[in-house]
Design a protein around this ligand. Structure first.
Ligand code: SAH
Length: 237
């Protein structure tokens, strides 16, 4: 499988207007390529300025199909198509209680906040303290002050606010961690990149009354979920 080639860091030159044009073009591209279908996800992607969630020296590349580095040990903002790739099969919608594992830049949480609206709930967990602070700042600057931000191992979920209707894990795991399945409501759905040999598959689980249904969507490439299987002290802000 190919790795990602990150473009070289540089001083940003693009204006707000240029970014807006790129954002509109990207949304059309996502629709044309079959990644994006639902109106709420489309509106959210049009509304949130992705460039505001990217470190200054990579900002000009905001709408390129490449993950970009973030402060922290292994964090990246996922490439633009990742968001509809995860949120469409989840059927993320108005009023959902949503848990994200891997806050990263905060962009995915901001998009989800726009999709679920004020009746819904967004909780996001990040393990890396530097990444956590970066995301927190981005979300504050962008005016998102009602997202529950948790510092700790997201493989353990966040039982305090469970159950969740939808869960997205944005880092690759050996198998979808069982605490996440436990914290899912009935008819809840979880999506995660799962390691398979030397590749990864995007796996989608639905929790029904009669058991769990598992589907594989496609091959993907994400950073690895850290501290899996270890039970560290759960730090919360
Ligand atoms: N959703 C993010 C992309 C995140 S990349 C965005 O929209 O920008 C994956 C993130 O998962 C990284 O920030 C990484 O530090 C974090 N991560 C890795 N292992 C984790 C764990 N066990 N719990 C919580 N976060 C974890």
């Amino acid at each position: 499988m190919k790795g990602w080639i990150v473009p070289p860091p540089k001083e940003p030159t693009k204006s707000r207007e240029e970014f807006k044009k790129e954002r509109i073009a990207k949304v059309s591209w996502l629709v044309e390529h079959g990644y994006l279908r639902s109106d709420r996800i489309k509106e959210a992607l049009l509304k949130v300025p992705r460039e505001d969630f990217i470190p200054r020296n990579y900002r000009d590349y905001a709408y390129r199909e490449v993950p970009l580095p973030l402060p922290g040990e292994q964090a990246t903002i996922s490439c633009p198509h990742s968001y509809p790739l995860f949120y469409e099969p989840l059927g993320l919608d108005k009023g959902h209680r949503f848990l994200e594992v891997g806050l990263g830049s905060g962009y995915g949480a901001a998009i989800a906040r726009e999709i679920v609206g004020s009746d819904g709930l967004i909780v996001s967990v990040e393990i890396d303290p530097l990444t956590f602070e970066f995301a927190k700042g981005n979300l504050e600057n962008a005016g998102y002050n009602d997202i529950v931000l948790v510092k700790g191992d997201g493989g353990l979920g966040y039982p305090e606010m469970s159950p969740y209707d939808r869960i997205a894990v944005t880092a690759a795991c050996i198998e979808i961690p069982s605490p996440l399945i436990e914290q899912l409501s009935i008819e809840g759905r979880v999506i995660a990149p799962v390691l398979k040999d030397d590749t990864q598959e995007l796996v989608f689980l639905e929790k029904g009354v009669k058991g769990i249904q598992r589907n594989v969507i496609c091959e993907v490439l994400y950073v690895l979920l850290r501290n899996e299987g270890i039970r560290p002290q759960h730090l919360t802000e």
